[in-house]
Design a protein around this ligand. Structure first.
Ligand code: NAD
Length: 368
């Protein structure tokens, strides 16, 4: 069989890529194409000043390739700041594979993707994300060492969710200390939205400390499980966002703090695991500040997962990962103080501190 040969035509004219806002000074974008396996992937390397760009591979049925490109740009940039604020020697990167993971994913496609990762010689290190699994990472590990989140049986760090939950718990306690004068959550009313992998472990910590926990999930059986296992209460009010609680913990979806919900929120602290909780960072972060609601930045307090996989690179175990995750408490307090001193939102404060670290490292690297 001979391959079909097409005649190249000129690319359509469009806005210059480098100047577009979402491009945001990315160092490198790699388009990975393999006709035989059907692989179409994009690896985004945002910044490697602090170290190799680590971030998961998302497989998603994007409506079109531009959507995929935008997603990888946004996600890889986010990883730069997450690792920098957490104090890890990692840069920011992310990859997307275009397709429906349930229908289109094949072992051959994942292996081919691993070969592309390998071709970057460690500048990008991959991990699991939405649409990819530990099994996929194990497969990638067969063709490259630049992968984390592999099975414990072959030297991996195992399930990151309990570590993520511990970090969220630490961030919540720090936000409580800032807002209520005490980190003690005993008797505090906490609403946990999403009782999945992270939510459940968080609920167990909260109940152990004596917090009154209300849960909300789209699956009734999951909520009932939380009642039976931990003595949580199912939230039964008409509107979750106007719930009369002290702390709101989004552990399901992003963008739940938006134009519709923000003015209803009665909680005085927001601290949860979900990524990108603020629909529009600048606007909704500012409204929370004006309303006196202490918001613990999501990308800081949900960093337990990346701390966990970082252990695979620098060779530390679960105990060290938990110790480092505990430090999220101190960093969160530092951010609240920095935000107050500089009259900015906690989101801006966290971004600023992370950027300062990157700038400082850049200087040090230049002087080496
Ligand atoms: P998960 O899929 O195990 O749990 C999510 C839960 O939210 C599920 O129980 C689901 O039924 C529920 N849910 C979905 N839509 C909902 C809605 N509209 N209202 C209420 N509940 C709803 O996911 P997870 O691993 O627990 O992660 C939770 C969040 O934290 C995600 O946004 C994830 O991106 C983020 N996060 C997770 C980790 C990690 O280590 N797992 C790390 C960083 C960030």
């Amino acid at each position: 069989m001979t391959s079909e040969i097409t005649t190249p035509v000129e690319l359509k004219k469009m806005d210059p890529v480098f100047g577009q806002v979402s491009f945001d000074n990315h160092e490198q974008i790699v388009f990975c194409n393999d006709k035989d396996t059907g692989l179409k992937a994009i690896i985004g390397i945002h910044n490697t000043v602090m170290g190799p760009a680590l971030g998961g591979t998302r497989m998603w049925n994007y409506a079109n390739e531009w959507e995929a490109l935008n997603d990888v740009l946004r996600l890889s940039r986010g990883m730069t700041y997450k690792s920098a604020i957490t104090g890890l020697n990692l840069g920011g990167g992310k990859a997307v594979i275009i397709g429906d993971s349930k229908i289109d994913k094949t072992p051959e496609m994942i292996t081919r993707f691993g070969e592309f990762v390998n071709s970057l010689s460690g500048k990008y290190i991959t991990a699991e994300d939405v649409g990819t699994t530990t099994e996929d990472m194990d497969r990638i590990h067969k063709v490259t060492n630049y992968v984390t989140g592999i099975s414990e049986s072959i030297g991996g760090s195992g399930n990151p969710s309990p570590v993520t939950a511990y970090g969220v718990y630490m961030g919540m306690k720090a936000a409580a200390k800032y807002q209520f004068g005490s980190e003690n959550l005993e008797g505090k009313k906490v609403l946990v939205q999403g009782t999945g992998h992270v939510g459940e472990t968080l609920i167990s910590y909260l109940r152990k400390e004596g917090a009154e926990v209300f849960v909300s999930d789209i699956h009734q059986d999951k909520m009932e499980n939380m009642v039976a296992k931990y003595g949580a209460k199912i939230f039964t009010g008409a509107d979750l966002y106007s719930a009369d609680v002290d702390i709101y913990s989004p552990c399901a979806l992003g963008a739940t703090i938006n134009d519709e919900t923000i003015h209803k929120i009665k909680a005085k602290v927001i601290a949860g695991a979900a990524n990108n909780q603020l629909a529009v960072e600048a606007i909704h972060g500012q409204i929370l500040r004006e309303r006196g609601i202490a918001y613990a930045p999501d990308f800081l307090i949900n960093a337990g997962g990346i701390i966990n996989v970082y252990g695979e690179i620098v060779k530390y175990g679960k105990d060290q990962a938990m110790k480092m995750t505990e430090n999220i408490y101190n960093t969160t307090l530092e951010i609240f103080n920095f935000a107050d001193v500089n009259n900015m939102t906690t989101q801006q404060a966290a971004m600023q501190i992370a950027q300062n670290r990157i700038d400082q490292r850049k200087k040090e690297n230049a002087n080496k």
